[in-house]
Design a protein around this ligand. Sequence first.
Ligand SMILES: *Cc1c(COP(=O)(O)O)cnc(C)c1O
Length: 374
Amino acid sequence: MTIGYNTLEVEVDLNAIRHNYRLLRDKGSRVYGVVKADAYGHGLIEVARALEEEGADTFAVGTVGEGMQLRKSGCSKRIISLLGPLNEEDCFNAAQNKIIPFIGEFEQLEMLSAVVSAQGRKVEISLKFDTGMSRLGFSVNELDKLIEWLKINPQICPVLASSHLATSDDPAYEGYMSAQAETFSGILKRLADAGYELEASLANSAGILVHDQVHYSAQRGGIALYGSNPLLGTEWSESGRDLKPAMQVRTNIAAVRELKKGQAISYGCTYTADRDMTVAIVCAGYADGYSRGLSSTGEVCIHGKRAKILGRVCMQLCIVDVSHIEGVKFGDTAYLLGGEGEGHISAEDLAGWWQTITYEIFCLLGMNPRTYKK
Ligand SMILES: *Cc1c(COP(=O)(O)O)cnc(C)c1O
């Protein structure tokens, strides 16, 4: 999956991802590598391969299609589709490629059952429960009906049970998380009583890092694998201190020019030079996933120093102030994420200017062409 026009270069450090995986595994037990959305923009196949070398035996993708891509790359480990089947083709492909789909709707059960029954085969699934996200999953009220359905449809074999936490990264909502865990435990007990002893996962990265009580038999690690601390800025921040960032994004400078005091900059003339200044025209814009929302607020790193974006971010360009940076010239590198020295830009810095979370930064910038650090 790529967007962008070959000006941005995303560099991924797989050793950092390996390090982060080991850190999560040491805190948890069996950590599934969450590699949905092209491994949060870091590259599905490359990341899964690196994690497999570290001992990961289960991968969680989003769509069944992503799971097929991973299977086709030669991955023989357990693959789970978090989204599950959305149509008959997905059902067929999940069964065919041994992808374990999350199932949270009776419609999905019926559809999957019809497809595998017609082929005379069985299929393993992961039961998904809604314990507080109000998004996907069976509710507690549907449990009796679900168990009844499963009893008369032995071609559908539940092997995993899961639910998703809404607030594990927020100390103010610890009670909400505990209530979700309590509901989940109750569900697991009723399933066990009905003869379904399932491997259970509830925790995401934040849950793995700080909440032992939501670990169950497996955990699903996502954002922390990619080196972003989901607890940053909270009293739990220390727990994610040793995570290492894995993504850097750089581009080139297309021009350097002098501006006189009073000259306006970029579309809409939203910024006017308040002094004589030197500006660099940087090859990055919203067509590269570098949001227009960064207009007049974002910063880039040039020669180890910060340079502020002046005026509007354009489709493939933005303009930054380099008055305070010596010797900037055509062809120099500008880091949008990462970089050296005191001007280094963290994913959290960028997410702050962008008014979003690091997950979105990685997914969007990660759609540009990638290279891997050796
Ligand atoms: C994305 C996702 C995760 C991983 O969450 P992180 O916060 O990135 O660790 C876990 N479970 C489900 C269902 C997800 O969709």
